[in-house]
Design a protein around this ligand. Structure first.
Ligand SMILES: C[S@@+](CC[C@H](N)C(=O)[O-])C[C@H]1O[C@@H](n2cnc3c(N)ncnc32)[C@H](O)[C@@H]1O
Length: 255
């Protein structure tokens, strides 16, 4: 049914198809301009954070990775080990296909301007684990055991997974709980979301204001170092939102 709004665990398991998601949002130059603009916004902010901005260390955990790796292209230069996670087996399988270089795995080479082979090898080496996660749980990665992270990264996942703002705040707290003191939370959100399309299926998106994101991060015990807020929106056929924000925060009180 085209008009049904899918939300929550079981819907994701049955209806979220990684191939449809990738073709909709990561078609690069052949895709809609708005989607490419948001991808560019993310790649630039990720580069600024991990390559120029000095956020680095031993362990980075990416929460709600989906079937994508673009978010790790700068981070793999700054961390010894990357743990990717998602709610869905099918997304983890898609990631594993790319990591193993299987035929038919998604082509991420257009996301990098030069020396793709080196970048690909570096990222494949950095990713050490693929874990199931559920951000609606207080310990999203249990029963897996993970070391306290130097960085927790999450893009476009919490507003898909959380049914309301209270759940969103709890999820941010749970993510901050995975960090070492002094570690960094790096979070990107689509603002004022209503829904997003995966193929012909419509999935729920939580309405978040920029202030809600910043407050949730602060209430979880982090200091916001940077918040890049732009009036970028997806093309209407793909998603309804107004604006995006990219937040870099540090766990611990303000100095
Ligand atoms: C819009 S996609 C974002 C994927 C990727 N991070 C990106 O930037 O394109 C939303 C992701 O959230 C995941 N997700 C949904 N519910 C979740 C939950 N309860 N816990 C963790 N991830 C969840 C979905 O499986 C999906 O991969």
């Amino acid at each position: 049914m085209a008009d049904r709004l899918y939300a929550g665990g079981e819907d994701y398991q049955k209806e979220f198809h990684p191939g449809d998601y990738l073709r909709t949002y990561y078609a690069f130059d052949s895709g809609p301009v708005a989607e490419n603009e948001i991808l560019k916004f993310n790649l630039e902010n990720l580069f600024q954070t991990f390559s120029a901005g000095g956020v680095g260390g031993d362990v980075l955990i990416d929460i709600g990775s989906g079937p994508t790796v673009y978010q790790l292209l700068s981070a793999c230069e700054a961390f010894r080990e990357i743990i990717v996670t998602d709610y869905l087996e099918q997304n983890l399988r898609e990631l594993q296909r790319w990591l193993s270089g299987e035929p038919g795995a998604y082509d991420w080479s257009p996301a990098v301007q030069s020396r793709w082979r080196e970048k690909e090898a570096r990222l494949r080496k950095a990713v050490t684990r693929l874990l199931q996660c559920d951000v609606t749980k207080p310990h999203p990665l249990e029963p897996a055991q993970v070391p306290p992270a130097d960085c927790v990264l999450t893009l476009l996942a919490l507003e898909s997974a959380c049914p309301d703002v209270a759940a969103y705040r709890a999820a941010v707290r749970a993510l901050v709980g995975l960090l070492k003191p002094g570690g960094h939370l790096v979070a990107m959100a689509a603002l004022r979301s209503q829904h997003y399309m995966v193929g012909a299926k419509k999935f729920f998106g939580l309405h978040l204001e920029k202030e809600t994101v910043e407050q949730a991060v602060q209430e979880a015990g982090c200091q916001v170092l940077r918040c890049d807020h732009r009036r970028l929106s997806y093309s209407e056929a793909c998603s309804i939102n107004e604006g995006v924000c990219f937040v870099v925060a540090r766990k611990g009180p303000a100095p």
